[in-house]
Each structure stands twice: as structure tokens, then as C-alpha cells.
Design a protein around this ligand. Structure first.
Ligand code: ARG
Length: 411
């Protein structure tokens, strides 16, 4: 009997061709593993296809809840957004898929795992670094990185081997999607000057077709995790799906970014992430009200680092785990409700409240009822400004630091 390989199988062209290719090139029997991270409503056609192409077995695992609980929520609590733009949908799913590849290899007694990534992207790094952290003894094969076929040639190979072409083979785009967002690359998008054509979007309406009335939504968080919409409790999965539809319907959640890939390439990426964009903004608004200035400043640095770790395939690193512990602790009082207004492709935060709010009306108000001791400000400023004043007297400011005054011009 041939050895077995567990292949992360999407049902697309590359991974379908990989089933045949792994048998031909390495004489490996393929167990196709499809992970449901909220990408498609029905996977029965996917596993049928794997078997038809020659897989020994086709497994589908529903990982939606794991994805939400162990990956999406921690990333949301961390405010992880890569380069200030990308909510990391694809990047977050990779360590989870790697974990399930490893588990399945153990269950099925396989010593090899495979994925369909090419050699130019981040995903190969995320899969392989994650597998090596979880099960260093496993061998990883990346057929699409090895076989050196263009897309045309891959299609020819498929036709020659009776591999049904996905309807999307005609589509010039490379698309990856899960609950947290949709990533679209290739085709005309490779020209960063061209506006993304409407056909690349599937979850978001164009602003021109969005409702003429704004939509309002209230999101309630408990310790940094969203638990209710408009006062109605919801499990994480339903809550994300609901917000994807609602915000997407208002045209909210489109992102167009030229991104720095880990492998050194700049790449034009288009994303749709209605729920992610809205939840990240709402979460930050609640933190602005419930965390101290020091906590907020520090957490912003952690957020950037955390996003880089996710993007760069280091989910299973000790550093990511350490930061997660910090983030978890920071969320103790991040509970409350945020109100958003969605309108024609945009949204804004229009209200927030929390029992742990640090916003103090008596201190903030300019009306009567003011409890802020304004007379104390004079002494505060004296001491606050003391080092600046002292230094400026001893070490006069450089001329370019001072505005041009009439006096000086005349000199
Ligand atoms: N640029 C994103 C990332 O590296 C998305 C990659 C999407 N992959 C795809 N096959 N379209 O996370």
C-alpha cells in the first residue's frame, strides 16, 4: 500500500490537480481534508469532487466555531489589523487549517501533509511554519510550488486527466474566503491604478445601490467579545454572519490596499470584510472609553506587533501567546455597547456606553456641574513646562524652530 498524504483541499483547480499529481509524482494516496471556516454553505460537492479525481478519502471538518473562538475573537480583542488596513481573514485561517492537517495526519497515520499554495505568497509560510511548530516530524509537500506549471498548463493538465474544471476556472481572480472576510487577487487588480471592477465583490453592495436611509446597529461586548446585536444575544458565528449581511448591504467593508508580503513583494489586495471592519471599529471605540490613556497607547503597539505575527505565520510562536495573555488581561473592563450608523459605503460610531466607562461627565463638561478644579491647572502647567522652560533658557532654540518674526527680519 502506498503511503498517505493529507492534502488541504479547497475544491479549486490547484488542489484538485494536486490529488492526481501527488499520486503520479510521489506515489502517495491522498486524503483530501476540507476545512469549513465559513467559506461555503455546502461542502458535499467538494468532497464528491475529491473522490472523483482520485482521493482515497475525502473529509470535511466544520471548524467554524473553533475559528471564531480561538482565532477571530483573540484577533479582535487585540485589534489586529495588518498595516492598518487588512483584518487578516486569510492569515487567521491558516494556523487553524494547519492544526487540523496535523490532527488528521495523526488520526490517519500519515507522515506527509500537503497544501495548494504557490511559492510567491504568505500562505505557504503560514502553513509550513505552523505545521513545523505543531509536528516537526511531518513532511510538507507544496505541489503548486514544485510543479512549475502556468495556470494555462494546469488547466491543460486537468483536462488531460479528466479533472472537472471549476466554473471559476474562467475567473481571472484568486479568491480566498472565510467568515472574517474575502480576499481577492490577480487579474486586472494587478494594476494598482485601476479601480476594482464591480464583479470582484460578492458580499458588499456598491454604495450607489445601498439603501437611501442609514442603518443603525448596536453591538454589545463583554470583556472585548461581541455577544449581542441590538440587545439580542447571539452566538459568535451568527453574530458575524449577521453583520456581514447587514454592513455588506450598506456597502460597508471594502478595502483596497497595496500590501507588503512577507516574501518581499508588494501586492495589490482587495478585501471585503463587513463584519470585521465594523466589529474592529466598535471594539476600539469601547476601548477608548474603558481603557486608560496608558493602556491604550501601549495596546496600540501590541496590536501592530500582534497583526504582524499573524500575517507572518507566527501564530504558534511563544511571543504571540505572551501577547495574547496581555491582551486577555487588558479586556477585563471592555464591556458595554457601541452604536454605529451605516450609510452608503461608510459607517461611523455614533454612541457608546459602558458601566466601566472612564468618561466622567462631571470632569468633562463645560456646563454647570463642572467638577474639574480649573485653578489647579495653573500649578500643573508650571511644573509640566518646567523642563522645557529651563532648557530653552540655557540652550536657546535653533532659529528654524522659531517662527519668523518681524523683529528678526529687520535685524
Ligand atoms: N494577501 C492576503 C494574505 O496574505 C490574502 C491572500 C489570499 N489568498 C488568495 N488565494 N487569494 O493574507
Amino acid at each position: 500500500m502506498a503511503d498517505k498524504v493529507i492534502l488541504a483541499y479547497s475544491g479549486g483547480l490547484d488542489t484538485s490537480v494536486a490529488i492526481k499529481w501527488l499520486k503520479e509524482k510521489y506515489n502517495l494516496d491522498v486524503i483530501a481534508l476540507t476545512i469549513d471556516v465559513g467559506n461555503e454553505p455546502d461542502f458535499s460537492a467538494t468532497s464528491d469532487k475529491a473522490l472523483k479525481v482520485g482521493a482515497l478519502k475525502a473529509l470535511v471538518k466544520d471548524a467554524k466555531e473553533l475559528f471564531v473562538g480561538h482565532f477571530i475573537w483573540p484577533a479582535l480583542q487585540a485589534d489586529a489589523i495588518y498595516e492598518g488596513q487588512y483584518p487578516l481573514a486569510t492569515a487567521l485561517s491558516r494556523p487553524l487549517i494547519a492544526k487540523l492537517l496535523v490532527d488528521t495526519a495523526q488520526e490517519e497515520g500519515a507522515e506527509v501533509v500537503a497544501h495548494g499554495c504557490t511559492g510567491k505568497g504568505n500562505d505557504q509560510v503560514r502553513f509550513e511554519v505552523s505545521v513545523s511548530a505543531l509536528a516537526p516530524q511531518l513532511r510538507v509537500i507544496a505541489p503548486a510550488r514544485e510543479w512549475d506549471m502556468t495556470r494555462e498548463e494546469t488547466i491543460k493538465y486537468a483536462q488531460a486527466n479528466d479533472i472537472p474544471l471549476p466554473i471559476t476556472a474562467a475567473s481571472p481572480y484568486s479568491i480566498d474566503e472565510n467568515l472574517w472576510g474575502r480576499s481577492i487577487e490577480c487579474g486586472v487588480l494587478e494594476d494598482p491604478w485601476l479601480e476594482p471592477p464591480e464583479e470582484v465583490f460578492a458580499w458588499t453592495k456598491p454604495a450607489t445601490e445601498a439603501p437611501d436611509e442609514p442603518g443603525y446597529v448596536e453591538i454589545t461586548f463583554v470583556q472585548g467579545i461581541p455577544v449581542a446585536i441590538n440587545g439580542q444575544k447571539m452566538d459568535g458565528l451568527s453574530l458575524i454572519q449577521h453583520l456581514n449581511r447587514l454592513a455588506g448591504g450598506h456597502g460597508v467593508g471594502r478595502i483596497d490596499h497595496v500590501e507588503n508580503r512577507l516574501v518581499g513583494i508588494k501586492s495589490r489586495e482587495v478585501y471585503e470584510a463587513p463584519a470585521a471592519v465594523v466589529l474592529l471599529a466598535a471594539h476600539q471605540a469601547l476601548e477608548a472609553m474603558t481603557l486608560s490613556k496608558g493602556q491604550l497607547r501601549f495596546k496600540q503597539k501590541v496590536a501592530a506587533e500582534y497583526a504582524d505575527l499573524i500575517y507572518n505565520g507566527l501564530w504558534f510562536s511563544a511571543l504571540r501567546r505572551d501577547l495574547a495573555a496581555y491582551v486577555q488581561s487588558s479586556q477585563r473592563f471592555v464591556s458595554g455597547t457601541v452604536r454605529l450608523k451605516l450609510f452608503k459605503g461608510n459607517f461611523s460610531i455614533v454612541g457608546r456606553k459602558s458601566l466601566s466607562s472612564l468618561y466622567h461627565y462631571g470632569l468633562a463638561t463645560y456646563d454647570k456641574g463642572d467638577q474639574f478644579d480649573q485653578s489647579a491647572a495653573a500649578g500643573f502647567i508650571k511644573i509640566w513646562g518646567l523642563p522645557v522652560k529651563t532648557q530653552a533658557q540655557i540652550q536657546p532654540l535653533a532659529q528654524e524652530e522659531e517662527p519668523e518674526t518681524k523683529d528678526r527680519k529687520e535685524k
